[in-house]
Design a protein. Structure first.
Length: 176
């Protein structure tokens, strides 16, 4: 293993650990934001069940692209390639993954039966870095908003900022 690969792995691990949200693309559709935990050198996700996050198209044995954002600024830090593997319920790896995921799951409707529901209805997926960090794009990759019949209100009346922020009022000075 070369020094560059070790540095890339360290960068992938630290950035992914610190980011509570990653963007994952597994198929032809756009990347999807998902919450995760970092466990034993891989990002672990749970979803595709009732009350859980929808996962992107992740085929067992396939590849995925993971984009990590900055926790403080929210901008793209890096994008890395991952090998996808589905963790089978009841295995030792599944028990370890679910224990970590359960601790990070916010607002679970049934926290006492959460692991049983995940075993029955959800997928637990492991994204293991392949060591490939993709170069950052030259453009923003922003897309125009989807067409919608929604409209905005009329322009703000000119006097409103003065009323709200008191910009037009001056305090009377006491004579000295």
């Amino acid at each position: 293993m070369t020094q560059t690969t070790l540095l890339e792995r360290a960068l992938i691990e630290e950035a992914t650990k610190k980011s509570g949200l990653i963007w994952v693309q597994g198929g032809p559709r756009a990347a999807r934001p998902v919450w995760h935990v970092w466990l034993d050198g891989a990002a672990v996700l749970v979803g595709d069940g009732p009350g859980e996050q929808p996962l992107p198209e992740l085929a067992d044995g396939g590849q995925a692209s993971v984009t990590v954002r900055s926790k403080d600024k929210g901008g793209r830090l890096l994008t890395w390639r991952a090998a996808v593997s589905e963790v089978a319920p009841g295995t030792e790896a599944w028990e370890a993954a679910v224990a970590e995921l359960k601790g990070k799951r916010l607002n679970a409707p049934d926290s006492e039966h959460l692991t049983a529901r995940w075993a029955k209805d959800c997928r637990v997926v492991r994204l293991t870095p392949t060591g490939t960090v993709e170069p950052l794009p030259d453009s923003s990759l922003a897309e125009p908003p989807a067409a919608t019949p929604a409209t905005t209100r009329e322009p703000v009346p000119a006097a409103l900022p003065k009323l709200l922020f008191g910009l037009g009022r001056r305090k009377a000075r006491k004579p000295e």
